[in-house]
Design a protein around this ligand. Structure first.
Ligand code: ATP
Ligand code: ZN
Length: 590
């Protein structure tokens, strides 16, 4: 089939995972000839059930490379270039993007999506975004100046939990998982400074020396001691704070001698090979969907901890959580379950724990295939300059009027978007208490998705990162980042304006500083509040007729708490079909 010259265009695909594999196959079968693919990952066994360009023999190889080779087998004349690289790498700059007529995203995280959005805006290249979560999916079209950009509507930040819920008063399985993976795993095997906001001790002190192997202590004894400390002593200490438990169920301290009367001896029996990936078979646990008893979770905890410490010595101090690292998952699942037993929270199978820890909603190959088909349809319209017929399309779980696909006109650009317009943001912050580095980490990197910030205050350069900095510059910027705002070389106080730039993303914005003395620790855990276009738009919307709640563009989905009512920021167009689920709460899709 011919679509004008569309198939001759050069297209960039970012992501060669679930959507990406389907997309590449559909593109080449539609006749697209010039395709570049970026993916930073290698193939895992868990990808094989839906990423059909990959086979078992490819496990461990680059997704981009194998995907390319797979489609060349049935379209040998296609001109496909693969990059086994992070799309945030410097090589993928504006010049790189300008080689393409359209960019197609098949990504799985907000950070990379925002990065690609900014480069597409800078390069003036249309972007087609996509995401799926189980049966749900969506495709959206973003053309600079004509439709909204990917960041025109606020994306709910990944779910965060108040620190004290995680460290002291968990009430849901997810709280135990977050505790195990973000705190216990990091403190024992990872970079401890990373978890500085969280404390393993329930209440008594900041000392965490108990997490270190002592002289002449065996690894088994160390594991037993950590068990008693985090599930036993720390709970006993927490129980002394009577007020905390007035309206809550009191947790039960767990000690190894009580849980496993035969003690640590049974867990010492196993010898681990250096390449051990899982301790479950050694313990006789065959079914990942089975919920283990308290005793079995204790055995799993001790064995997984021993196996990590004994066989992965090089990683100790830098290990990071990965849901596909089975041993780490066994450790996290057992630690979370022991805490759950202690707090009277339902316990989970390792299968369910993995789902929560990796924020997984199991992917459905058919949804990926439908979405990939829709991406190609929108790409053809864009390349044929038929923007008027472009649609954003939502794939829903249950048919409405016998239809599973809900098309709607794209939104117009939001004139208040800080990414595609120059609207300034406002930061409420205590300028005499907050360090520049907190603004960088908690606001610029986390909230605004800026990777390499350059921060100016008037004409004074306060902060910059990069490989080409001299020693003195590095010293100056490090010292500035440790200073509170009001004590910077040019003090940043109420009414000051910071100009923030990310040269790699070609992104720029201004932040107006508003001093505020106090913040609510629970509701405003950053100790700062970023006010921007999203809230001002929300204010404007309040006065109007009931707004249309459109399905949101893709973002992280974590659990049911993440259901968000999205109020479109830009001028609303009428949906094409009145069966589009307007005003309904929509899950936000990955
Ligand atoms: N910054 C990035 N640069 C390049 N590729 C990226 C980047 N971020 C994510 N990706 C790729 O996007 C793809 C997303 O695919 P998908 O959602 O199917 O995830 P997956 O990792 O293959 O599967 P799962 O997460 O379910 O195990 C992945 O192949 C991933 O490597
Ligand atoms: Zn925008």
């Amino acid at each position: 089939m011919r679509f004008g010259n569309a198939q001759k265009s050069r297209v960039l695909m970012v992501g060669a995972g679930g959507i990406g594999c389907e997309l590449l196959k559909t593109l080449v079968l539609t006749g697209f000839h010039n395709i570049d693919i970026i993916d930073m990952d290698t193939i895992e066994v868990s990808n094989l059930n839906r990423q059909f360009l990959f086979r078992k023999r490819h496990v461990g190889q680059s997704k981009a490379k194998v995907a390319r080779e797979a489609v060349l087998k049935f379209r040998p004349d296609a001109n496909v270039t693969s990059y086994h690289a992070n799309v945030k790498d410097e090589q993928f700059n504006v010049d790189f993007y300008q080689q393409f007529q359209v960019v197609l995203n098949g990504l799985d995280n907000l950070d990379a999506r925002r990065h690609v959005n900014r480069l597409c805006l800078a390069a003036g290249v249309p972007l087609i975004e996509s995401g799926t979560t189980g049966y749900l999916g969506q495709v959206t079209v973003h053309v600079k100046g004509k439709t909204e950009c990917y960041e025109c509507q606020p994306k709910p930040a990944p779910k965060t939990y108040p620190i004290c819920t995680i460290t002291s008063t968990p009430s849901k399985p997810v709280h135990c998982i977050v505790w195990a993976k973000e705190l216990v795993l990091v403190k024992l095997f990872g970079d401890r400074s990373q978890a500085s906001d969280l404390n393993l001790q329930a209440a008594d002190s900041d000392h965490e020396d108990f997490l270190q192997l002592r002289d002449a202590e065996t690894i088994s004894d160390f594991c037993a001691r950590v068990f008693d400390q985090i599930f036993g002593h720390n709970i006993e200490v927490a129980l002394k704070n009577e007020d905390q438990w007035k309206n809550r169920r009191r947790p039960t301290p767990l000690f190894l001698s009580g849980v496993l009367p035969e003690g640590i001896e049974t867990c010492k029996a196993h010898r681990f090979s250096d390449s051990i990936l899982s301790v479950m078979p050694l313990l006789g646990f065959k079914n990942p969907q089975e919920v283990l008893s308290l005793q079995d979770n204790a055995r799993l905890f001790i064995s997984a901890m021993r196996a990590i410490l004994e066989t992965r010595t090089k990683e100790i101090g830098s290990l990071t959580f990965d849901k596909d690292d089975q041993l780490a998952m066994e450790f996290v699942s057992s630690a979370a379950n022991l805490r759950a037993y202690s707090f009277g929270i339902p316990v989970m199978s390792i299968f369910d724990a993995k789902g929560i820890a990796g924020n997984i909603i199991h992917a459905i190959a058919t949804t990926n295939a439908i979405i990939a088909g829709l991406i190609v349809i929108e790409a053809v319209k864009i390349l044929m300059k038929d923007l008027d017929h472009c649609r954003m399309t939502y794939c829903v779980e249950h048919p409405s009027r016998k239809r599973l696909l809900m098309p709607a006109d794209p939104f117009e650009p939001n004139p208040n978007c800080y990414v595609c317009s120059n609207t300034p943001l406002i930061l409420e912050v205590n300028t005499v208490h907050t360090k520049l580095k907190d603004v960088i980490d908690r606001i610029l990197r986390t909230k605004l998705g800026v990777s390499s910030p350059v921060i100016m205050h008037g004409t004074s350069l306060l902060f910059e990162t990069g490989d080409d900095l001299g020693k003195e510059e590095i010293q100056l910027y490090t010292s500035n980042s440790e200073k509170v705002l009001a004590e910077l070389p040019t003090p940043v106080t109420n009414g000051g304006v910071l100009s923030v730039e990310d040269l790699q993303q070609e992104f720029k914005c201004s932040i107006h500083i508003r001093h505020r003395d106090n913040f609510d620790e629970e509701k405003e855990p950053d100790g700062m509040v970023l006010i921007g276009w999203s809230s001002s738009v929300a204010e404007q919307e309040k006065d109007k007729e009931k707004p249309i709640a459109a399905p949101a563009a893709s973002a992280e989905i974590i659990d049911d708490d993440d259901i968000t009512l999205i109020e479109p920021a830009a001028k609303k167009r009428k949906p094409e079909d009145d069966s589009v689920p307007l005003g309904k709460k929509q899950k936000v899709l990955e």
